[in-house]
Design a protein around this ligand. Structure first.
Ligand SMILES: Cc1ncc(COP(=O)(O)O)c(C=O)c1O
Length: 358
């Protein structure tokens, strides 16, 4: 009997684009520390920075905002630690957050719980309530509010833009765990404006063991992992270049204008409201175009392609309808609704979250 892997919410199979990019890099035989100035070091540095631009391009941010980590868990820990070093106040966190968020928060700070509604949704009013409760219980408002973008178990997509907006108006920092959302719904981080966002490659067809913490422009945080100047002194340790190349290739594939997110595949008219790659502003990554490839590795040969355009549009209230599971390898589906009957590849043959457009 054929067995089919359905547990994409835990981890996704490696995308062919990521696999071939990593294989092409392996074939170059180049080994070097990207921090070294010799020729090989500079070639590895170029490959790493190209991957960073690809990841940044998918999320609508600049490359220097992307700090590579060992995965979502480390990104979350780095966010919590970094904020705590700046401002060791209480932290507001809902019980539906991933254990990485809950445990990292509980280790550093008193946690003010954010109540969720009957569907497990983090409503802005509940965040406001938690901010007020922090004041009552701890004599000050929380220093940090966590709001996951999508829930990793039941697929609830939270009104993250509204929560971030509320916190920004109150001068409270925000961390968004976008690990379960990235690659499956539109994640335009420049537009979102959160202080810190965690993502992970193995949830979107990249390899395990690499993720990123995306840091708001201008925000400086103490590193969680210390002992070296890598990642602009924001994360010590020799970079996982192979992992970054796979992550970059998966991200570049997902950013292509002809690739749909799971959300767009199952609810094209609603997803079109999010404006992904349709109209909207000209993204800086797009404007400047993909970086040159001084690594000597042909850009196409790594299977990554360039960073795609990221349009933006009005935010939407996303409400959970349930979990959508698309089974199988990336494939083409007949276009429908807003896609004008064209055929498009489905970006995420995985558990995806949809909204009901209300
Ligand atoms: C929502 C969420 N956050 C964080 C993580 C941790 O990510 P990683 O497995 O890359 O450490 C996961 C992994 O399942 C997750 O689903």
């Amino acid at each position: 009997m054929a067995r089919h892997y359905l547990d994409h919410a835990s981890t996704t199979p490696l995308r062919p684009e990521a696999r071939s990019a990593m294989a092409a890099w392996e074939e170059t035989g180049i080994t070097a520390d990207p921090g070294r100035v010799h020729t090989e070091g500079r070639m590895v540095r170029a490959a790493l920075e190209e991957a960073r631009e690809q990841v940044a391009g998918l999320f609508g941010v600049r490359g220097r905002q992307v700090v590579f980590t060992s995965g979502g868990t480390e990104s979350v820990n780095a966010a919590v630690w970094g904020v705590w070093r700046r401002d060791p106040g209480p932290v507001a966190c809902a019980g539906v957050e991933h254990s990485a968020v809950r445990d990292a928060s509980a280790r550093t700070s008193p946690v003010v719980p954010i109540d969720v509604d009957g569907r497990g949704r983090i409503e802005p009013a509940a965040v406001e309530d938690a901010l007020a409760r922090g004041l009552t219980l701890h004599g000050r408002r929380p220093a940090l509010v966590h709001c996951q973008w999508a829930n990793h178990e039941v697929g609830t997509v939270h009104p993250v833009a509204e929560v971030v907006d509320l916190c920004r108006r109150q001068g409270v920092m925000t961390h968004v765990d976008a690990v379960a959302a990235a690659g499956h719904v539109e994640v335009d981080l420049d537009r979102l404006g959160a202080d810190l966002v965690s993502v992970s490659a193995h949830k979107l067809g990249g390899p395990a063991g690499i993720g990123a913490l995306v840091i708001r422009r201008g925000l400086r945080l103490d590193p969680f992992v210390v002992g070296g100047e890598q990642e602009r002194a924001r994360r010590a340790g020799l970079e996982n270049v192979m992992g970054a190349i796979g992550f970059g290739a998966a991200a570049a594939h997902l950013a292509r204008p002809d690739v749909r997110t799971a959300e767009e595949a199952v609810a094209p008219d609603r997803a079109a409201g999010a404006g992904r790659r349709r109209g909207g502003r000209d993204h800086p990554v797009r404007r400047s175009g993909p970086p040159a490839s001084p690594s000597g590795v042909p850009r196409g040969g790594r299977g990554g392609g360039g960073a795609g355009p990221l349009g933006s549009g009005p935010g939407r209230h996303r409400r959970p309808l349930g979990l959508v599971v698309l089974v199988g390898e990336p494939r083409t589906l007949p276009g429908a609704g807003g896609h004008g009957g064209r055929r498009r590849e489905v970006a995420a043959p995985v558990g995806g979250m949809v909204d009901d457009g209300r």
